[in-house]
Design a binder for this molecule. Structure first.
Ligand code: KG4
Ligand code: ZN
Length: 330
């Protein structure tokens, strides 16, 4: 079995996965969302202190498995260094106490493996990763063969939902709140610019949309509920239209047979609907993680670690890096 630890941002999570069968034997997660909500975003110092409280509690629950482990896996990058350290320190202690190798797991790769929990991996696959930290289209040919085809030039998709929500006083995380509010809104009352619409570059940009929201919020003070819903609907429509326009360009070049959306924002039903249509248009199969595995969790870290285990990608307690270079992220 592999015990896996996730603490890259605001979720403390531990899982235990059986190596040979890929079966998830134990999986628990404590989200810190409520603690960060009043600040409108993640406060790293607070996140770090909460991981220090919650991770040992989860480890205590996983105690029945600790004598059967072959390795301990931990997210080591990318993420908030002060929170990554909490998980890595726990992995180092387990490694030393039990004589276990450490498997350092890249957070973005773990999101890809959220598709394969208790399943065989499917490669090659074109993957859209949309989270609070990243917006990327990846050509995934195998565990070690991942190419970034497009990424954001500024804010990420999920981050733009968080910032739009903060500007309207809707709390954190913004994604689910905006999605819910948008259902009641008129997406056509306000005109939002679709980013990079006439720009040939295959890249994403969300800072312009954020400014469009800011201007509307300023103009319509004090915001009534109808206006908030209409802004949310217009914003979400433009944000998804941008994802779709640029992804379509990539589809025209790559013609993928298998396409997936991963990351916290892949829980958005409008995103899922829009890409189901795009895939139908191109005859591609759409793969999605089950909803509990879209946002950060240790089950995906454990599943990714199984492939790393067979490739013998081991570190030891004294050599594992936290938040290493970000230029060569895979
Ligand atoms: O993958 P994740 O849990 O953490 C990171 O690795 O960043 O993603 C969290 C992000 C947040 O920005 C959150 O607002 C966004 O995913 N998100 C959504 C939805 N649910 C979560 N964005 C849009 N629509 C949603 N339904
Ligand atoms: Zn994530």
């Amino acid at each position: 079995m592999i015990l896996s630890i996730e603490s890259s941002c605001d979720d403390s999570s531990i899982a235990v996965t059986e190596i040979a069968t890929k079966k998830l034997l134990f999986h628990r997660k404590i989200s810190q969302e409520a603690a960060h909500a009043r600040y409108g975003g993640v406060v790293p110092e607070l996140a770090s202190r909460l991981h220090a409280v919650d991770l040992p509690r989860l480890l205590e629950e996983a105690k029945p498995y600790l004598d059967d482990l072959k390795a301990v896996a931990v997210t080591n990058a990318p993420g908030l260094s002060v929170t990554l350290l909490e998980g890595v320190a726990m992995a180092q202690a387990l490694s030393i106490a039990k004589g276990l190798p450490i498997i350092a797991v890249n957070h973005l790769k773990a999101h890809i493996y959220s598709l394969f929990i208790e399943k065989e991996a499917i490669f090659p696959m074109l993957v859209l990763l949309i989270s609070g930290g990243h917006t990327m289209v990846l050509d995934v040919k195998g565990f070690d063969d991942i190419t970034i085809l497009a990424s954001t030039m500024d804010d990420s998709f999920g981050e733009s939902f968080d910032k739009a929500a903060k500007m309207m006083g809707l709390g954190y995380p913004g994604g689910p709140v905006i999605e819910k509010l948008a259902q009641k809104g008129d997406p056509d009352r306000f005109k939002m610019p679709i980013p990079l619409q006439h720009d040939p570059r295959i890249a994403f940009s969300y800072s312009g949309l954020k400014n469009a929201v800011r201007l509307l919020v300023q103009k319509h003070q004090p915001l009534d509920d109808r206006t908030k819903a209409d802004i949310a609907a217009a914003f979400q429509q433009a944000a998804i239209a941008h994802l779709l326009q640029k992804s379509k360009k990539i589809f025209q070049q790559v013609r993928p047979k298998d396409f997936a959306i991963v990351g916290g924002a892949s829980a958005n039903m409008e995103v899922r609907r829009a890409f189901a249509n795009l895939c139908a248009q191109f005859g591609a199969t759409l793969h999605l993680a089950d909803l509990p595995y879209c946002a950060d969790n240790a089950a995906m870290v454990g599943r990714c670690a199984i492939d790393a285990f067979y490739l013998e990608r081991f570190s030891d307690a004294l050599s594992i890096e936290v938040s290493p270079r970000t230029d060569n992220i895979f």
